[in-house]
Design a protein around this ligand. Structure first.
Ligand SMILES: [Cu+2]
Length: 66
């Protein structure tokens, strides 16, 4: 399981948006976004490109903290 920190989420809509972004990146399963912690966890079903995740989350209006 992989956990990433995401900055900028403030409500359920943000959780939905971030979840959608992660699900659209290939090879990601079991996405779970925790609003209070500002974290997203997921399982990698294959090679996952973290740069793509970072970019797509940024496009959605949030930021991945490294
Ligand atoms: Cu929101």
């Amino acid at each position: 399981m992989t956990t990433i920190k995401i900055k900028g989420m403030s409500c359920g809509h943000c959780v939905t948006a971030v979840t959608k972004v992660l699900k659209e990146v290939g090879a990601i399963k079991n996405v779970s976004v925790d609003l209070k912690k500002g974290e997203a966890t997921f399982d990698e079903a294959g090679p996952v490109d973290m740069d793509t995740i970072r970019e797509n989350i940024k496009k959605a209006g949030y930021e991945v903290e490294s």
